[in-house]
Design a protein around this ligand. Sequence first.
Ligand code: MN
Length: 460
Amino acid sequence: MKPVSVNLRSVPEMPDLRNFLRESEKIGDVFKVSREVSVKFEASALIKRLEAEAIVYLEKIRESDFPVVAGVCGRRERVLRALGAGEAEFYSRLLGALQSPVKAERGEDGPVKEVKEAPDLRRLPILTHYEGDGGPYITSALVSARSLDGRVENVSIHRLQVLDNRRLAIRLVPRHLYQLHQSAKEAHRALDVVISIGVHPALSLAASSPAPFGVSEYDVANALLGGGLKLVRGESVEAYAPAEAEIVLEGRLLPGEEVEEGPFVDLTETYDAVRRQPVVEVVKVFRREKPLYQALQPGGCEHRLLMGMAREAKIWEAVRNVVPVVKAVNLTVGGCGWLHAVIAAEKQTDGDAKNIILAAFAAHPSLKHVTVVDPDIDVHNPREVEWALATRFQADKDLVVIPRARGSTLDPSGDQKEGLTAKMGFDATVPRTLPKEKFSKAKIPGEEETCRRFLGEAGR
Ligand code: MN
């Protein structure tokens, strides 16, 4: 879509992937590769190496006419920029959107319907990421469906393994789409779905968020964006897609058929089990004239951030019931964006840190290790967090271990069959009974100013 040439103040730019890319390019946050790249392993290698640095734009793909964009949410600052939110307000914005979703506008037509055609999955640049993968997968698509009575709409991200040129195996974790599929199955009906590829980060984040059953993640995204999200109805199925998406596959989630899905790499960068999973039959495609295919690197930064950032908000909310000031929460990238948290909060009594640990475990059942630090520690800086552990933590008093609790089945060191794991919490806050000065880092008077004066920008 061309930028709107009317009064830009009254017509804000559409919240779509293209406009976000354009803005990102202006600030040097897009890395373009112009040489021809293969969808088999080559694209994956480049995305893995680059996504934390910049959005990856692979202009020329050997096996397809369409370029590949990846790592769109590969960095925390990028997600915040897309939402126009600072770190501090991000959690309240997301929780507000989950609590008070805003109905997205629904219509029949939009930019995504520029081209309508018969399905042929071979035309799309679907990547094969790792050595042991079961084959090419779509990894970043939003799958949207409605209950048969039309009352419940759900939008979520699922891996979609290519079976042939019009069928996909879909991984359904027993959550909302699974539930809709179960109900349709009981009525011996196929479930209409639309699969949208190439969307604005607010949509990816909303689709990864823990919205309750019955809340449409489209409406959560619309609230996150402050309104303006438009949806279009499918041509041959009863489901909706973002009007500004790049590519939409219309399909039917079949009631009877199941196939082996996988093996495939999950958040932990290790292989998930192979399971019998249902099949989506693609019946029609509509898309932009020159669409961008959006990919996501499994086990990479974007995967971990999308899974983690929405959960951080839930942890933040739970910890705020323990102490009034929670400065920051980080589900660390090294901890797979899922298993390890660092929480900076202002404790009021010495026992608070242990209650914070318990609240965090309750808010995010997959959490395995949690470190609580004082607000002077940057939760996003692993070196500072380790420094707090080195200078503010004593294992005989400050360690909490909970054996055999419910945890993540993704962790290969846990009891994956029973879903049990040992949990551990570190209270790395300064004890209130000891003098604070003992624990503060020594300061150099005028340090910042001196470095700027002598070193200029290089001194930063
Ligand atoms: Mn849902």
